[in-house]
Design a protein. Structure first.
Length: 477
């Protein structure tokens, strides 16, 4: 397997090592919840705080969905019910992170949790494995329709057997093969590779069937030859690669659940409020989702590529993954769900104008000619990051520093400028290298300054850093 370095700014690198404390006053009923409801079941004005565990931090694609749910609960209750989001509850970030959060809500250490659909089969619930049937859910609009349809409740129904109450299925992403060395357009291309893959029973079965090694995601530098990932997670990968845009190894939805016992102890009014907010959030997720085609083009713009399998290769994928399909369909509930999804798929063909298209990276053209300045214009620059909000970096005397929205020094590097090109290299202080090896290269790019607008182009870096440095930076000092 080919070794790759950790991603500089990818989502997982911003995770901090602190483990969320879930003991003590974790669950509503153990925290003096008396007085939260009146005798008629209505909600009183005393604040009722419910703890919701999230696997990752608030930079991840689905963080906006959790925040919208919390906002909807607060608005509907007039502030009487609040959601206390516990980010990074799955720490440490490894192949067991999703199971840890599932266990937290199952055992009652938290009231609510958001856990991917794929993770529940390792908890003994196989009723959502239909979403992982290769090439079945190969259209994001179909995934959205499934989340709104009765079949979603049927799939989530198995959770009650382990003491968990399902509230909603939030669609997230189609999962594509991604090759870091070459496109993975044929199932034979995967044989012998190490692919970054999430933990689940079906993931392991698929890896065994196709002859690759499923390597759990990690916050550390880990050898990967490719990945199983969605376009929305492309900038979380350790390097740019080639997505196979018309091959979906499965689909991922995030399941909002409650601890069964805690949920039962809530008043009828509060349970209905949570149910409604959870359902309303499905509409928010679907309304705000970018089409796969746009996500693919964005990925190519910043440095990646998208390939498409031929009809013959798609047929080979179906043949090669047939044992996985047969295994899933051996469960009667899963077979019924697969049939229902197949019927939905046949009744509403995919919109080709929203599907991923083949594309390659094209370097962005600077909006102005290179600055005539002989040296890089030192100063303080700021941008509005879609992930981190306001981010600031200072560049003075050969030292670059990244400052977070709360004023914390996050990363530090040295820089060297040669004409219109700049190279940043992390300092020897490992605590300021964003989880990367001290002394490793952060950025190699061209730069232009037009008035107070600094732009980086022809960027050579990992996906996360490329995404951030490609933003427009305004000189403020």
């Amino acid at each position: 397997m080919t070794s790759t370095t950790a991603s500089t700014f990818r989502i997982s690198q911003w995770r901090r090592a602190a483990t969320v404390a879930v003991a003590g006053c974790a669950v509503l009923v153990a925290c003096g919840g008396a007085g939260a409801t009146d005798k008629t079941g209505g909600i009183q004005r005393e604040t009722l705080s419910l703890r919701l565990a999230a696997v990752e931090n608030e930079r991840v694609p689905y963080a906006a969905h959790i925040k919208e749910f919390a906002r909807a609960v607060d608005a509907a209750s007039g502030g009487a019910v609040t959601i206390d989001i516990q980010w990074d509850a799955g720490n440490p970030f490894d192949g067991r992170s999703e199971q840890r959060v599932a266990d937290l809500v199952r055992t009652g250490d938290v009231d609510l949790a958001v856990v991917p659909s794929r993770a529940w089969d390792l908890e003994g619930v196989k009723s959502m494995e239909a979403l992982q049937v290769p090439l079945l859910v190969d259209d994001w609009d179909l995934l959205g329709a499934i989340a709104r349809a009765p079949v979603a409740a049927e799939m989530m129904g198995g959770l009650t057997s382990i003491g968990v109450e399902p509230l909603a299925m939030w669609p997230e992403s189609l999962r594509h093969p991604v090759g870091f060395q070459q496109p993975l357009t044929s199932p034979d291309d995967l044989r012998g590779l190490g692919l970054r893959s999430p933990a689940s029973r079906v993931t392991g079965l698929l890896a065994t069937t196709l002859g690759y090694v499923a390597v759990p995601p990690s916050g550390e530098a880990t050898p990967y030859d490719g990945a199983e990932s969605g376009f929305v997670w492309g900038f979380d990968l350790p390097r740019f690669g080639t997505f196979t845009g018309n091959v979906a190894l499965g689909a991922k939805a995030n399941i909002l659940v409650a601890n069964g016992a805690s949920f039962d102890r809530l008043s009828d009014a509060t349970r209905k409020l949570l149910d409604q907010a959870a359902q309303d959030t499905i509409d928010f997720v679907i309304r705000t989702a970018e089409p796969e085609q746009q996500l693919a083009l964005d990925y190519c713009t910043l440095g990646g590529a998208v390939a498409l399998a031929t009809d013959a290769q798609l047929s080979a994928w179906r043949d090669a993954t047939a044992p996985v399909v047969a295994d899933i369909e051996a469960d009667a509930t899963s077979k019924h769900v697969v049939d229902e999804i197949t019927a939905m798929k046949e009744s509403a063909p995919a919109d080709v104008d929203r599907q991923a298209v083949a594309c390659e990276h094209q370097s962005a053209t600077p909006s102005s000619s290179p600055s005539a300045a002989l040296t890089f214009p030192d100063g303080v620059y700021r941008t509005d990051s879609p992930l981190d909000g306001i981010v600031t970096f200072s560049m003075h005397g050969g030292t670059w520093q990244r400052i977070t929205a709360d004023g914390r020094l996050d990363c530090e590097a040295t820089y060297v400028v040669t004409d219109d090109r700049i190279v940043l290299t992390f300092t020897s202080d490992a605590s300021l290298s964003c989880g990367n090896p001290a002394g490793s290269k952060l950025l190699d790019a061209t730069w232009t300054l037009d008035g107070d607008q600094l732009r980086f182009t022809d960027i050579h870096s990992d996906p996360g850093a490329t995404q951030e440095f490609s933003l427009p930076w305004t000189k403020i000092e």
